[in-house]
Ligand binder design. Structure first.
Ligand SMILES: Cc1cc2nc3c(=O)[nH]c(=O)nc-3n(C[C@H](O)[C@H](O)[C@H](O)COP(=O)(O)OP(=O)(O)OC[C@H]3O[C@@H](n4cnc5c(N)ncnc54)[C@H](O)[C@@H]3O)c2cc1C
Length: 114
């Protein structure tokens, strides 16, 4: 159980992120990354002696899920509609976000053997 700053209930300096939290939202990897960004900033803020009221608050956003159907197609669930086909396939199906994920970690998006 976590509070709005992602601290474990009744603990001031222990954080929890990802699927293990009790936040009422889908359990997804990209959402765990959003938790990580908030927890990381709050930990940094605490380490530099900042006050609790300056802590970032995590608010669940709109939810999305994409299931790849081969290299080209996918089924995508957006907040406003569920869509199937090659247009939604353009979002994820080519490399399953591997390139994007590598880029955010400072790695070459094209090399996969690192
Ligand atoms: C089939 C499937 C497909 C999915 N597809 C997507 C997708 O396309 N996009 C997306 O965003 N999300 C997807 N998800 C969800 C995503 O995988 C999870 O939301 C994400 O992995 C959660 O990350 P986490 O770090 O919170 O937990 P986890 O990734 O589950 O990591 C927890 C880790 O803790 C370890 N662990 C457990 N107990 C202990 C212990 N006692 N001691 C030490 N280690 C322990 C586990 O072995 C595991 O490695 C999918 C999930 C599944 C099951």
């Amino acid at each position: 159980m976590v509070d709005e700053h992602l601290r474990v209930k009744d603990r001031k300096n222990v954080f929890a992120i990802g699927d293990i939290t009790n936040i009422p939202e889908m359990k997804q990897g990209y959402i765990a990354e959003m938790h990580a960004n908030v927890a990381m900033k709050n930990i940094k803020m605490m380490m530099s002696g900042g006050k609790k009221k300056k802590m970032l608050t995590y608010k669940p956003g709109s939810e999305m899920a994409i299931v790849s159907l081969g290299r080209k197609d996918s089924l995508a669930q957006f907040p406003f509609a569920t869509v199937i086909g090659c247009l939604t396939g353009l979002i994820k199906s080519k490399d399953l976000f591997v390139g994007k994920t590598r880029k955010t970690r400072g790695l070459d998006p094209k090399r996969v053997q690192d």
